[in-house]
Design a protein around this ligand. Structure first.
Ligand SMILES: Cc1cc2nc3c(=O)[nH]c(=O)nc-3n(C[C@H](O)[C@H](O)[C@H](O)COP(=O)(O)O)c2cc1C
Length: 181
């Protein structure tokens, strides 16, 4: 097999994808290979400049620091919610439970009516808070860091709580359940 005939599916540790591939092939392979990293799934909410609830599904969430308490996630510059999140003062991260695939799909819809179909209320700072989730983190937006076609948002955790339950997992473009212990 020549280097240029390598597809995303054929990328392997023995045949790394390199700069020899076309940008399109490389992009597809990079996305697929990053998908090997299993993550949880979150819905992150805020208010837009008109005070309307905004939210999106996010799996780039991660912990950064315990003291001070910091978390991060990254937002696509093309998201309709981009201005609301990159300019808003606060946001809330909801870690989804294993039975909340439908919530993940709902909030992954572009500009959809997301809040008409879930139970939520106004939490601290009036930020929309989903009634059901495995854990939540109320954050103050501490810093925006440029990251290519995304912007990394660093959040200072102000309040947090754990609802428990099994988490929703995302791996290779599919939802999964945790394997039994
Ligand atoms: C499992 C999953 C994880 C996602 N993670 C992110 C993410 O970390 N950052 C991001 O910008 N978009 C992410 N998305 C895509 C957004 O949820 C999607 O683009 C959404 O439509 C954005 O909403 P908006 O355009 O109404 O703002 C993810 C989607 C799914 C299904």
């Amino acid at each position: 097999m020549t280097a240029s005939s390598k597809s995303a599916a054929q990328a392997s540790t023995a045949n790394p994808v390199s700069t020899e591939q076309s940008p399109a092939e490389r992009g597809r392979a990079l996305r697929d290979t990053l998908g090997q990293f299993a993550t949880g799934v979150t819905v992150i909410t805020t208010l837009d400049a008109n005070g309307l609830p905004v939210g999106m599904t996010v799996n780039s969430f991660n912990s950064v620091s315990l003291d001070p308490a910091l978390i991060l996630w990254s937002i696509d510059r093309g998201s309709l919610s981009y201005d609301a999140f990159t300019q808003g003062e606060r946001f809330v991260v909801h870690v989804l439970k294993g039975d909340q695939q439908h919530v993940s799909n709902l909030f992954a819809g572009r500009g959809a009516d997301k809040f008409g179909q879930v139970k939520w209320h106004s939490g601290p700072g009036n930020i929309p808070q989903l009634d059901d989730c495995a854990a939540l983190f109320h954050c103050r937006r501490a810093q925006n860091i440029e990251g290519g076609d995304h912007t990394i948002l660093l959040g200072e955790v102000l309040e947090f709580s754990a609802g428990g339950g099994e988490p929703l997992i995302f791996h290779r473009g599919r939802y999964r359940a945790l394997a039994g212990e």
